[in-house]
Design a protein around this ligand. Sequence first.
Ligand code: BYC
Length: 331
Amino acid sequence: MYAQLVDTGVQRVAALEELPPEERAFQERIDADVKIEPKDPMPEAYRRTLIRQISQHAHSEIVGMLPEGNWITRAPTLKRKAILIAKVQDEAGHGLYLYSAAETLGVSRDTMIDDLHTGKVKYSSIFNYPTLTWADVGAIGWLVDGAAIMNQIPICRCSYGPYARAMVRICKEESFHQRQGFDLMLALCRGTPEQKRMAQDALNRWWWPAVMMFGPPDAESVHSAQSMRWKIKLVSNDDLRQKFIDQTVPQAEYLGLTIPDPQLRWNEERGHYDIGPIDWDEFYNVIKGNGPCNRERLQARKTAWEEGAWVREAAAAHAEKQAARCAKAAA
Ligand code: BYC
């Protein structure tokens, strides 16, 4: 099984009565749906679990700008270009809200960025796939943002206040992103036969990676039990995946596209779609750093960080000068 790199110190979920008094009091607050705020006492493992998840989430938003950013200069119309620039900019904003939420837990932004650049923490598997055609921009909006919303709506109700509040705005923007992706796919599907083929090809390549985005099956999810107990996660990986599939299959039918899964069937008894086997070897291979674009994505982030050093230095010098001026005026 894939071994976690970030040790949160949690070995197994302890029963309420086994917990020391402070942790028990903490768990009772969580059970009563009381939000945990930055200055509240919290178990160290809760803090580290949140830092792991929120920083990975922030990195995903920032790395997620790369595959779509690749198409800004080649968008087919001015309108599509403006929409894509706005979307990519929104993702940068999401990354910033999330880094800020993680900082409230006592980790510095420099440490988080360093952990990304040294491969200590991850970002979403989905951004290690290439965007080969313009239709991929539509597929990302429709499927990747669609999957992201499915995962993120419950996080708006998670136990940690700053994370929950950041997710409210993020989800509103993601839902606009999802609709722009569907609209783009619809335009292609109503276009020439070649455009429709492009849309089908993009769906063929993005479907399974989107299905994998929700993480390993529940039985193999190392963090789920404790994270659900702490209400950092409210819905399991498999339940979110099923909801995404049930919602997306009718949308593909509306577009006149075929989901690339010959075993996909509506199961009347379960009231859900059944799907064929997921290639988990591919997923683990991607999250270990061996996907089609892992090296390229990380290198792009490191280069951007190095080339942006002078901007950070200038901003820090400006802030120092402003602070000195304010201090002088107040004296
Ligand atoms: N990719 O025990 P599990 C976006 C790792 S950005 C990579 O189930 P957990 C967007 C997992 O970290 C959307 N790694 O973990 C942006 C763990 O390894 P570590 C990003 C994955 O945390 C731009 C191990 O596998 N969304 O929407 O309970 C443009 C075992 O997994 C993945 C978020 O980050 C993966 N897909 O559950 C467009 C949402 N899945 O850390 C769109 C917040 C699992 O021990 N995060 N792993 O080394 C979450 O909800 C949870 O962290 C996950 C995983 C459901 C992703």
